[in-house]
Ligand binder design. Structure first.
Ligand SMILES: [Zn+2]
Length: 155
C-alpha cells in the first residue's frame, strides 16, 4: 500500500500548490480545475474509469486542504474546548454548548487522522495519507468531545 506521511499540513499545502495547479490542468477529471478557480465549488466523488496520478494527487491535495481550512480556525476550536471544560458537568449547559458549536461541528465529523483515497476500483486499492497528529490535536480533541455530545443530545 502507498502511504504518505505529512510532517506539516500547512507547509505541505504551500509546497504542493503549484503541483496541484498543474495536475488539475493535466487530468481529464475536469472538476479539479473548476475547484482551483473557485474553492467553494462542491467536489463530487471521482468517476474516472481509471484514475490517473494527476487526479489522485488532486484529491489528496483537496482532502489535505480541507483539514488546512479547519486548522485556520484552530483558535475557535481551542476556545470551544475551554468552554466545554466549564460546562461539561451540567447537562443543560452542555446541551447549549453543543448547539452553539454547530458550525464548527459540521466540518469536524469527517476529520480523520488517516485519509484514505481510492486509487483503483477493481481490485480496490487505496492510498493513505497520514496527518501529523500533533498539528491537529485540538481538532481531534474537539471531534471526540463533539461526537460524544452528539450521541448524548440525540437520546
Ligand atoms: Zn478523477
Amino acid at each position: 500500500m502507498n502511504i504518505n506521511k505529512l510532517e506539516s499540513i500547512q507547509v505541505w499545502l504551500k509546497t504542493n500548490h503549484n503541483k496541484m495547479v498543474s495536475c488539475a490542468e493535466e487530468t481529464e477529471c475536469y472538476k479539479w480545475s473548476r475547484w482551483n478557480k473557485d474553492q467553494r465549488t462542491h467536489v463530487f466523488p471521482c468517476v474516472c474509469e481509471t484514475r490517473n496520478d494527476d487526479c489522485i494527487f488532486a484529491e489528496m491535495y483537496y482532502r489535505v486542504w480541507q483539514v488546512g481550512q479547519l486548522l485556520e480556525q484552530e483558535d475557535k476550536f481551542v476556545n470551544a474546548l475551554l468552554e466545554y471544560e466549564n460546562v461539561k458537568g451540567d447537562k443543560g449547559l452542555l446541551k447549549q454548548w453543543f448547539y452553539n458549536q454547530r458550525n464548527l461541528g459540521e466540518g469536524i465529523l469527517s476529520l480523520e487522522e488517516i485519509i484514505k483515497i481510492a486509487t483503483q476500483k477493481e481490485p480496490y486499492v487505496t492510498m493513505e495519507v497520514v496527518l501529523p497528529k500533533e498539528e491537529i490535536r485540538h481538532l481531534l480533541k474537539f471531534k471526540e468531545v463533539y461526537s460524544e455530545c452528539l450521541s448524548f443530545v440525540q437520546v
